[in-house]
Design a protein around this ligand. Structure first.
Ligand code: MN
Length: 318
């Protein structure tokens, strides 16, 4: 499934599944399917209202989402997409606004530093023998199309495209061979970074978690569609110019190891988000930092393109 969190007009965010360029409203379709079958849902208070609740709901809820998606696909096949929209069971993608798949994660976003050899090298660092973790606060998450603020505190605003894992099943001391079974799905994060702050403050947290510094999306692709996360092209463009172009096979610590080591003596939870590091080509290596007005496109194969624009802080009159 290609899952999205979206809004129509001023309504509250909803959970949808993308089929071609149609967003299926999973809660509405689950209800419609239940009523067609004459079976009222009882007990758990209906289909989850948020992506986080869906992910945390476990396998029964995931199966229900899948059945709702198939129900929607059948309606489109039988009656057409217009009829689906008339019945308020979905909408054309062009008519909705995407939010980040998980607009406000329950905990900090976990991130890997220096997880591609060429990126470690361009930053003048040895590849670490162990994964390096840091975090970004949940409030830094920004939707696809959202505006990255060029805060006046930084002169070195930078980008980092990253394949990102969403955990589906809790675990501690997860063995590497089992780690991918704990993955719900994959999305993209642009790990926006203030390089001068990263340097100045020693620990990376300060330079990496300013407001708007965690664009996420555009979709959350369930793990069944990406059985091997080390097989994906990963690229980033600024104003159409390719700045990063690599492949997830080049990670120093593959996704299963990132999860396994993070979970040593530490419980990972459903809905946890883990950004797995960026390849070479960042602005810090070339001197091409981000400027107000720049359009950033972070792309991972089989997931999509996460596009965001850089804007001046409101105090500068923007
Ligand atoms: Mn990063």
């Amino acid at each position: 499934m290609r899952l999205v969190t979206y809004r129509r007009g001023r309504s509250a965010p909803r959970v949808g599944a993308l089929v071609d360029d149609i967003v299926l409203d999973l809660a509405a379709l689950a209800a419609d399917r239940a009523s067609e079958q004459g079976a009222l849902r009882r007990g758990r208070g209906g289909f989850p209202k948020t992506m986080l609740a869906l992910v945390q709901g476990g396998v029964d809820v995931w199966n229900e989402a899948r059945q709702a998606l198939e129900h929607g696909r059948a309606i489109v096949g039988r009656d057409g997409a217009d009829r689906l929209a008339e019945r308020r069971l979905g909408a054309p993608l062009a008519r909705v606004r995407l939010e980040a798949p998980i607009p406000r994660p329950a905990r900090n976003v976990f991130c890997l530093g220096r997880n591609y050899k060429e990126h470690a090298a361009e930053r003048g660092a040895e590849a670490s023998p162990h994964p390096v973790y840091f975090t970004k606060v949940p409030e830094s998450v920004l939707p696809p199309g959202g505006k990255v603020v060029h805060h006046s505190v930084t002169k070195e605003l930078d980008y980092e495209v990253e394949l990102t894992v969403v955990i589906g099943t809790a675990g501690r001391d997860i063995r590497r061979e089992q780690a991918l079974e704990h993955v719900f799905g994959y999305t993209i994060i642009n790990d926006v970074t203030a390089r001068d702050l990263q340097k100045r403050h020693g620990q990376w947290f300060k330079g990496k978690t300013l407001d708007t510094f965690c664009p996420m999306g555009p979709v959350l692709v369930t793990a069944d569609e990406i059985p091997d996360p080390q097989t994906l092209a990963i690229t980033l463009r600024v104003n159409g110019e390719t700045r990063q172009s690599s492949h997830t096979s080049k990670m120093i610590f593959p996704v299963d190891e990132c999860i396994s080591v993070l979970s040593e003596g530490f419980t990972v939870l459903p809905g946890d988000v883990i950004a797995t590091g960026t390849p070479e080509g960042v602005g810090a290596a070339t001197g091409k930092f981000l400027k107000v007005g720049d359009k950033i496109e972070a792309e991972v194969e089989k997931i999509g393109v996460l596009a965001n624009r850089v804007v001046a802080p409101p105090s500068d009159g923007a």
